[in-house]
Design a protein around this ligand. Structure first.
Ligand code: EPU
Length: 419
């Protein structure tokens, strides 16, 4: 068990490179199953979730190596169609292996996925869509037994909600289907275009329209290729929130500024100066922060649910009252009680949190409730007076590559210790 010890009150400054996107890397790693030849992936972040995905690939018979952000995967021979329960439980993204394994082999056996506790996270949309593609799915003692005896057949799928994971699963499964698949009301998150970019690299015919339609013309075989994963927009938002909360001036390089438009607007309302050029974002927080207009988390291009917790941490010290409504997950305010231990004044009612800015936060002993909630506690700790200990940091390690190293580069006083 490890913990982070943070001595708050230091302004942040300097330039860092933002890591590759976890939520792109994971479905793209699943997509390696589709390739008939070697795949090389760059900018893969060194995260526990990535290593879980590599273990799933190994179980399937895909030989993988990871070195300095580069994954080499050789999926020439798929030896197994089963994903063990222990690996399924490690993360939510394990479910996107279903579409890929089915497309490549015609069958797959796995159990329900794990992931952060953010309220119920069913996979009904995934299952319904795969059935529409001709997959037979039966559940026995918690195991999903899936096969497509007559092959995957392209069709029109109208998603009731633009689910990111369901869109990815359909794209993976439909890449080798007979005929064309159209996904209406598909997710529009940048990670969807990144997955499409990877699939095109290995020979798939996928088009993503900005209006939320994805078209996939199935092909018989896919080949190998090399692909660089996009930068992590949520990590960028987190480090911006950290600098805004603690004060200071930071530059993030290796970003796509337009992916952060909805988030940038909130920093500007709070009184920060944000500028960008090419792949760099500059944030300056010199004045005390002020409260912002109501934030509603919604599918992209609106404000992302994954940035909700870090932004809330930043708003705890903003002058005035801010309101955040969480529309994507039913239980994504578990960081609120932990922030309260540090002196934050937040009340919640259902999906809405009311944050009344306080003059000071104080160091405390807190526990990461989930990945982004844990990152929020780190942001608050950097802005707090005194020492904060954050435990349960394995959840933070799922999404942030060596977070203490990155923040130390920005001048923070933060270290990792064994509990
Ligand atoms: N949903 C259903 N049925 C389904 C699928 C989803 O009801 O079959 C519901 C979910 O319960 C949730 C909503 O739809 O309430 C959105 O779920 P979605 O499928 O879009 O999310 P996801 O694919 O499970 C990904 C990210 C999450 C991110 C969400 C929303 C990955 C690995 N995870 O999850 O990232 O919050 O999209 O943008 O890509 C994180 O990185 O901390 C994280 C949780």
């Amino acid at each position: 068990m490890q913990k982070l010890i943070i001595n708050g009150g230091r302004r942040l400054g300097g330039e860092i490179k933002v890591q590759g996107a976890k939520n792109s890397a994971l479905p793209i790693l699943a997509g390696c199953v589709l390739a008939g030849e070697k795949v090389k992936l760059y900018n893969i972040p060194e995260l526990s979730d990535v290593f879980a995905a590599l273990r799933i690939l190994s179980c399937l018979g895909v030989r993988c190596t990871y070195e300095n952000g580069c994954v080499t995967a050789d999926p020439t021979v798929i030896e197994s169609v089963c994903v063990p329960d222990a690996l399924m439980r490690e993360m939510r993204s394990s479910i996107v292996f279903l579409g890929a394994v089915l497309a490549r082999t015609g069958e797959c056996r796995l159990t329900f996925p794990g992931g952060c506790e953010l309220g119920p996270r069913p996979i009904d949309m995934h299952i319904r869509a795969l059935r529409q593609l001709g997959v037979s799915i039966t559940e026995k003692y918690g195991e999903l037994i899936c096969s497509c005896p007559h092959g995957v057949k392209g069709t029109v799928i109208n998603l009731p909600f633009p689910s990111v994971g369901a869109t990815e699963n359909i794209m993976l499964c439909a890449s080798m289907a007979e005929g064309e698949t159209v996904i209406n009301n598909a997710a529009r998150e940048p990670e969807i275009e990144d997955l499409a970019g990877f699939l095109r690299t290995i020979g798939a015919k996928v088009r993503v329209s900005p209006s939320g339609t994805v078209r996939i013309k199935g092909v018989k075989t896919l080949h190998g290729g090399e692909y660089t994963v996009m930068p992590d927009r949520i990590c960028a938002a987190t480090f911006m929130a950290a600098a805004a909360a603690a004060g200071g001036e930071i530059t993030l390089k290796g970003t796509v500024p337009s992916h952060l438009n909805a988030v940038t607007e909130v920093f500007e309302q709070a009184g920060c100066l944000v500028a960008d050029s090419e792949d760099k974002i500059f944030l300056s927080a010199k004045k005390p922060l002020r409260a912002v207009r109501e934030i509603q988390t919604l599918p992209y291009p609106a404000f992302p649910t994954d940035a909700q917790a870090p932004i809330m941490a930043m708003l705890t010290k903003a002058e005035g009252t801010s309101v955040i409504t969480e529309n994507i997950f039913t239980s994504r305010f578990r960081h609120v009680d932990e922030l309260a231990r540090m002196g934050a004044d937040i009340s919640t009612e259902g999906r809405t949190a009311v944050i009344r800015g306080v003059k000071k936060l104080y160091g405390a002993k807190v526990m990461a409730p989930d990945l982004r909630g844990g990152a929020a506690l780190v942001c608050a700790a950097l802005a707090a007076e005194g020492e904060t200990t954050v435990t349960n940091i394995k959840l933070i390690d799922r999404g942030y590559e060596n977070i203490e190293k990155t923040l130390t580069e920005l001048g923070a006083d933060i270290r990792r210790e064994k509990s």
